[in-house]
Design a protein around this ligand. Structure first.
Ligand code: TAP
Length: 454
């Protein structure tokens, strides 16, 4: 019997690198049935055995870091240095949740007539639908806590970038204490994803991707009342106040938006700069951007690779309208591959499409402001609220502004958002629920209350 496959390309070379099976809906249902029976066994295993399995996965990832990083680099076009760091972070994620397994406790509530206890019970079968920009890390942020909490897991990776997740599935199969505890199903969102959504045996969907697909997932989940976590788009702001270390902010700004070639839901693509330091900041930002090395993702010195596909590059280019005020336009040089160099735009009104819409590519828009109140208003004037940075030496201001911003994850004098120990997620149309930290683990549990009459 011939099997339908999906072709996977290397976006740096435009070469075909793999054919991956497209699961039929019946095959997905079989995977769900197997997952369901695996979960029944898994939830009864001693916690120490659960921990051991997660620690073993971390060791396996570490032992195969080079293979997994090469796959990720070729599949996404990600510079190998970044790919290695991301795979290492996957091992850390499994270790963190292995250690957390026996640290999740319920409450004791004393009552006049007795005592109630709460228990964090597993949900059952968890389906995880991941995007193409950080395939393995995002999968791990869900697989690790879901397993830790006593669930079984099925992952559907993005069709463009399934290879690292498929390989992780194969590696884990070799050490899994129960068949089907963690499975990977490949194929399209409209078929494989929809089958996971329709099935009442799937109790939770954790989705990372576009806001539009997130909306359809939330609607479809209503039919079987699934728990839903959504990590969606963003248009995050990088706020630079006049009392900041402007040089440090300017040096960090390229990485805050152009890292992963801007294909990052947390990209600080709106750069809000207080007018008094605007010129200094722009000079430093452009100078630091020029230093980024764009090129062959397999080379250790490359900072930025290509975009993920020709279609995605065309979508990013559609924002680069000729009438915009460009302060920097990088050159893309290679003949093959979906390259696009960083662009920096100055938009004094902040009203262009580039300033308001998520681009998901290497385009930064600088918007000047005069007062702190104005900066907060501009930053909050977005349907999104995922991430952001605040640069100031005034501690009180940093906290005041952080509290006022409608954003789920903020950093002060830093451009990073993600740490396995701390909750991560968005406000407004950037999502629902939180991943990572202990909060992320609780998201894969359901509370049970037991009353004992005394
Ligand atoms: P999407 O097109 O939304 O795809 C994400 C995943 O959903 C893919 O696995 C896709 O499968 C699947 N999918 C598509 N349609 C589906 C459906 N009807 N039912 C079930 N699953 C479906 O996003 P993308 O293009 O991969 O990623 C870019 C977007 O994701 C950006 O907007 C970005 O901001 C957002 N994003 C957010 C975050 C966080 S953490 N908030 C992280 C990364 C990306 P196929 O690949 O087969 O279509």
């Amino acid at each position: 019997m011939s099997m339908t496959t999906t072709t996977v390309w290397n976006p740096a070379t435009e070469e075909v690198i793999a054919e991956v099976p497209a699961f039929t809906q019946d095959q997905v249902r079989e995977a769900i049935a197997l997952s369901h029976s695996a979960q029944q066994k898994w939830r009864r295993l001693p916690l120490a055995e659960r921990q051991l399995f997660l620690y073993k996965i971390a060791e396996l990832v570490d032992a195969n870091v080079e293979e997994l990083a090469q796959l990720e680099s070729q599949d996404v076009g990600k510079p190998i240095r970044s790919a290695r760091a991301e795979v290492a972070s996957v091992a850390s994620c499994f270790r963190y949740y292995a250690g957390a397994i026996d640290k999740v406790h319920g409450d004791t509530i004393t009552l006049d007539e007795g005592i109630s206890f709460t228990f964090h019970e597993p949900l059952g079968v968890v389906a995880v639908i991941t995007p193409w920009n950080f395939p393995l890390p995002i999968a791990s942020w869900n697989i690790a806590p879901a397993l830790a909490a006593g669930n079984s897991v099925i992952v559907k990776p993005a069709s463009m970038t399934p290879l690292s997740t498929v390989r992780l599935g194969q590696l884990v199969d070799e050490i899994s204490p129960i068949e089907g505890l963690f499975q990977v199903v490949t194929g399209s969102g409209s078929s494989v994803g929809a089958t996971l959504l329709d099935d009442p045996r799937v109790h939770k969907i954790s989705f990372t991707g576009s806001t539009e697909v997130g909306q359809s997932i939330l609607r479809a989940s209503a039919d079987t009342f699934k728990h839903v976590t959504l990590e969606l788009g963003g248009k995050s702001a990088n706020l630079i106040f006049e009392d900041a270390d402007v040089s440090a902010a300017a040096q960090a700004a390229p990485w805050a938006v152009f890292d992963n070639s801007g294909q990052d839901c947390c990209a600080r693509s709106r750069v809000l700069v207080q007018r008094k330091v605007l010129d200094d900041f722009i000079d430093g930002f452009v100078e630091a951007t020029k230093k980024l090395r764009i090129g062959d993702p397999s080379l250790i010195e490359s900072d930025l690779g290509p975009l993920v596909s020709a279609e995605h590059r065309a979508s990013v280019q559609s924002f680069l309208e000729p009438q915009l005020d460009y302060v920097y336009k990088g050159d893309a040089f290679q003949e093959k591959g979906f390259w696009l160099a960083p662009h920096i735009v100055l938009d004094k009104e902040g009203t262009s499409k580039a300033a308001t819409d998520e681009i998901f590519g290497p385009v930064a828009v600088i918007i000047p402001f005069d007062t702190e109140a104005e900066a907060i208003e501009i930053a909050n004037n977005s349907i999104y609220g995922l991430s952001g940075s605040i640069w100031t030496k005034d501690v009180a201001r940093s906290l005041r502004v952080a509290r006022a911003l409608e954003s789920g994850t903020l950093s002060v004098n830093s451009n990073s958002s993600i740490r396995v120990q701390t909750p991560f997620g968005g406000m407004k149309q950037s999502g629902m629920g939180r991943e990572l930290g202990l909060e992320g683990l609780l998201g894969f549990t359901e509370l049970k209350t037991v009353f004992v009459k005394t």
